[in-house]
Design a protein around this ligand. Structure first.
Ligand code: RB5
Length: 145
């Protein structure tokens, strides 16, 4: 599984911690920036990773900004994206099992690094349960048009 990762300046440091975790775990990833703490606009990076997921350049995406709010809103504007902003491990698991989230958003100014890495680990290993949830997720696609 190849993961696309991106952040604005607020999420840059956490992005680097997550990349170190990927390297330790042997998880393949593509970094869509940003590459420093210089101020940038989160919609650009949310869209960058979301486009990569929607076009299947990568299998799933992780995006980070200060709160995770702006970058998740931006990512969710791209057709086919279900980006879940998670601040706890239960939501991270449910976002995969019930919502088939193909992107995870994190708030770097909200979460400690250890919790963020635990959320990432659980989100990556959790799988969509399908069944009754499939129909509900399909209804989201219908709304999207
Ligand atoms: C940038 O200062 C901040 O607004 C951004 O990282 C994010 O929290 C937006 O939702």
């Amino acid at each position: 599984m190849k993961i696309g990762i991106g952040s604005d300046h607020g999420g840059y440091e956490l992005k680097e911690y997550i990349k170190a975790y990927f390297e330790k775990e042997g998880i393949e990833y593509v970094d869509y920036g940003t590459n420093s703490k210089d101020s940038v606009d989160y919609p650009d990076y949310g869209k960058g990773v979301a486009d990569a997921v929607a076009s299947k350049e990568v299998d799933r995406g992780i995006v980070i900004c200060g709160t995770g709010i702006g970058i998740s809103i931006a990512a969710n504007k791209v057709k086919g994206i279900r980006c879940a902003l998670c601040g706890d491990t239960y939501s991270a698991r449910m976002s995969r099992e019930h919502n088939n989230a193909n992107m995870l958003a994190l708030g770097a100014r909200v979460l400690g690094v250890d919790l963020a890495l635990e959320i990432v680990g659980i989100w990556l290993k959790s799988e969509f349960q399908g069944g009754r949830h499939e129909n509900r997720v399909n209804k989201i696609s219908v709304i999207e048009g």
